[in-house]
Design a protein around this ligand. Structure first.
Ligand code: ADP
Ligand code: MG
Length: 360
């Protein structure tokens, strides 16, 4: 029934941030090179709109695109553990339909462009209307209006914390702006704006799509303090839990090589904003919520070499897909690294070595 669907939907889209995340990841999965605009109206309370130049949605998929568990992404993969696209469960669009006032897509594949079709969805993710056409280059625009309107308590909460929730969503978008698809070395242009009721539109952030992290940092915050930022380029071996278990079974041990690529500041000045807002973590190019322990490892080693609070960090953990579980948590922001303790020990040792050698 309706309510059951809404409750389970609540796990995929739990707040403004995850709503935005799902939309942006769909654009990246569609291989967009330009996320022309992520538009918030009134901090996203009124609507969130994501405009991309990705592959578009084919007419045969119009009916099913927002149905629960409809996905175009799974068929291509034999093994779930090797899934490299962000989505594969087909829950985001259906959740957004259930949890908002309305969801409207405008889309065109290369075949239909420059003619786009407007797809109006109902709460159950069914196609309500697809009779309107508009001019549209290849790509997809998704508009989600009045997020959480069907859930009055959650809507009130969002309204009460609108600025804070918007800030969290923006911080996440900084992540996509910094390391869009690092593992593929593919830059994505991204612009984010907010417009208040009756007010002017303000650009929140903008990148030019360079695959270089340093260029993205400059696009986002200017070049002030850039001279204090050095490349982070670590490589270390971690005994993974699976390996440990196998070893107990008297099988041969193997190790996982983890690389950490990005930037770190030598002094906590200049770039970015304050505190932990200046630390961005990724796994294989996906923004990732590292949890306190990994951040603490960086900060501790940093502080043993530097005076000051905590460094500016962009750290992309590059590791084989079998060493982490990306898609197990509902919001896909938590990525479980196997054997986190071993990983942290090795990470700290590698960081210490890097700091020590940059000293001498
Ligand atoms: P998933 O991403 O897990 O497949 P979603 O509910 O997020 O599930 O999206 C359902 C389907 O809608 C996707 O598999 C994709 O085919 C299509 N889709 C959604 N957003 C876009 C987009 N921006 N561009 C092209 N196709 C999209
Ligand atoms: Mg998706």
């Amino acid at each position: 029934s309706h309510s059951v669907h809404r409750i389970t939907s609540g796990q995929v889209v739990i707040d403004l941030q995850t709503a935005v995340k799902e939309l942006v990841e769909n654009s990246l999965d569609a291989r967009a090179t330009n996320i022309e605009e992520v538009r918030f109206l009134n901090y996203g309370l009124k609507s969130i709109e994501v405009i991309d130049n990705g592959c578009g949605i084919a007419p045969k998929d119009y009916e099913s695109v927002a149905l629960k568990h409809h996905t175009s992404k799974l068929a291509a993969f034999e093994d779930l553990s090797t899934v490299l696209t962000f989505g594969f469960r087909g829950e985001a669009l259906s959740s957004l339909c259930a949890l908002s006032d309305s969801v409207t897509l405008t889309t065109a594949t290369a075949n239909e462009a420059p003619m786009g079709t407007i797809l109006e969805m109902d709460r159950n993710g069914r196609l309500r209307n697809s009779n309107s056409k508009v001019a549209r280059q290849r790509g997809t625009t998704v508009v989600v209006s009045s997020l959480f309107k069907p859930l009055p308590v959650r809507r009130k909460e969002l309204e009460r914390n609108a600025k804070r929730e918007f800030g969290k969503a923006l911080n996440l978008l900084y992540g996509y702006a910094l390391v869009p698809c690092a593992s593929e070395n593919r830059g994505v242009r991204l612009a984010v704006s907010n417009q208040l009721e009756g007010g002017r539109k303000t650009v929140q952030l903008k990148t030019d799509g360079s695959p270089s992290i340093k260029a993205s940092v400059t696009a986002l915050w200017g070049s002030k303090g850039l001279e204090n930022i050095v490349d982070l380029d670590l490589s270390f071996d971690v005994l993974t839990e699976k390996t440990v278990l196998r070893r107990l079974d008297q099988e041969s041990a193997s190790v996982t090589t983890v690389k950490v690529r990005g930037l770190i500041s030598k002094f906590a000045v200049g770039v970015g904003r304050t505190g932990s807002d200046r630390q961005f973590f990724f796994v294989n190019g996906r923004p990732y919520n590292p949890g306190k322990v990994i951040q603490k490892a960086f900060n501790e080693v940093y502080r043993s070499f530097n005076v000051g609070q905590s460094p500016f960090i962009i750290a992309d953990f590059i590791l084989p897909t079998h060493a982490c579980d990306v898609n197990v948590s509902p919001d896909k922001r938590t990525i479980f690294l196997h054997s986190e303790q071993n990983l942290i020990q090795a990470l700290k040792a590698a960081l210490e070595e890097a700091f020590a050698s940059s000293r001498s």
